[in-house]
Design a protein. Structure first.
Length: 369
């Protein structure tokens, strides 16, 4: 087995790569934004490499990716642990839990935090055919990762990027509750449509921030999608007047760099607790210790422009109608994941779709592209 350093041309879906003593750490936001706006929630999410993958061509029969992980584990939360997926010629060959690295465990009941550090994770695929093949290692959507090396018994070569798709959104776009990194809905759409994904889904952080619009504006893109609304509602971050202006401004900025690029605006997916109830959302403390953390939306007052998901969907429709942009398209999130879907596939925590729902969402979004 030969040891190969992973150079930037092997890594797809990262905005920036931080060089360490041992390898590379993928970031989904550039250093300038991280310095300008070091919000703890956003900084934690951007370090989790959702949609980031290492892609190579090789005739190797045995290949190992060496990585080191940092993860935050909420005990009895019901949230999936980190996984690495390996695709061989675009078919899932292996999906395995990550091990080692630094794990910080948080007990919701006691507030106690414990930490342990172990060795690197080795993700191996073996006994492959000795013919040339495309190999993709999809990194976890919910852990920080340092890429150390690839070990292979034949030379490896990078793969050129394809048609670039930028997706912006919430934790649902980042992957919350999906089975594994290649099974989050944006990854599934990218695989079906042969798109080179840049996933700017950030848990709890899809706030239509101006710096995000500038980032998208300045990136090469063949198609753009914006999954908007849920974080603004469940954080009670805006009123109707400010939401309308923020979405217009977000689109205006993107259009400065992409005047005719197709943009798909995805209004909120169905979420019962926020359909008619504004934020802020909260933890359901009665769920602590149950094995599945749940969320609630106790607020009822919708006066003075307070936002619910129903209000946001109407607002998004009106905004797109007013812009009269033939390359700007609405995808109604309540049709992509509906009340009927939620009846069959209840949101495990009342907020995020489950693994099967990511498959449903991806299939319906893909039909619009």
């Amino acid at each position: 087995m030969q040891h190969y350093s992973v150079t930037p041309n092997f890594i797809h879906g990262a905005i920036e790569l931080e060089v360490t003593d041992r390898g590379l750490v993928p970031h989904r936001l550039p250093a300038q934004i991280r310095k300008q706006f070091p919000d703890p929630q956003l900084m934690a999410m951007e370090r989790q490499p959702s949609g980031v993958r290492i892609i190579l061509r090789t005739s190797a029969q045995n290949i190992t990716l060496e990585t080191c992980h940092s993860r935050l584990i909420y005990l009895d939360s019901g949230r999936p642990s980190g996984r690495i997926d390996v695709l061989i010629d675009e078919k899932l060959q292996l999906s395995e839990h990550t091990t080692g690295g630094t794990s910080t465990e948080v007990n919701f009941m006691s507030g106690e935090t414990t930490q342990k550090t172990e060795g690197n994770h080795l993700c191996s695929v073996t006994d492959l055919a000795p013919t040339e093949k495309r190999v993709e290692f999809w990194l976890p959507y919910n852990e920080e990762v340092e890429i150390i090396a690839i070990h292979a018994d034949a030379p490896i070569a990078p793969v050129a990027p394809g048609t670039r798709w930028i997706n912006y959104g919430s934790s649902i776009s980042q992957g919350s509750n999906a089975a594994s990194p290649s099974r989050i809905w944006p990854a599934l759409v990218a695989q079906e449509k042969q798109l080179d994904l840049l996933n700017l889904g950030f848990g709890g952080s899809a706030m239509l921030d101006p710096f995000m619009a500038r980032l998208i504006r300045d990136q090469q893109a063949d198609v753009i999608s914006l999954e908007v609304g849920i974080n603004i509602v469940n954080s009670d971050a805006m009123r109707l007047r400010t939401f309308n202006a923020a979405l217009h401004g977000f689109l205006d900025t993107i259009r400065e760099g992409h005047p005719t690029t197709p943009i798909y605006v995805i209004s909120p997916f169905y979420c019962e607790i926020h359909e008619q109830n504004p934020g802020p959302g909260a933890f359901d403390t009665s769920s602590f210790g149950s094995g599945q953390i749940r969320f609630i939306a106790p607020e009822k007052d919708t006066s003075n422009g307070r936002l619910t998901l129903e209000v946001v969907r109407t607002a998004v429709q009106d905004i797109l109608d007013n812009r009269a942009d033939e390359n700007l398209h609405l995808i109604n999130g309540a049709e992509i994941f509906s009340a009927a879907d939620a009846a069959v596939h209840p949101l495990p925590d009342n907020l995020h779709p489950d693994a099967a729902s990511h498959e449903i969402i991806s299939g319906r979004v893909a039909k619009h592209f």
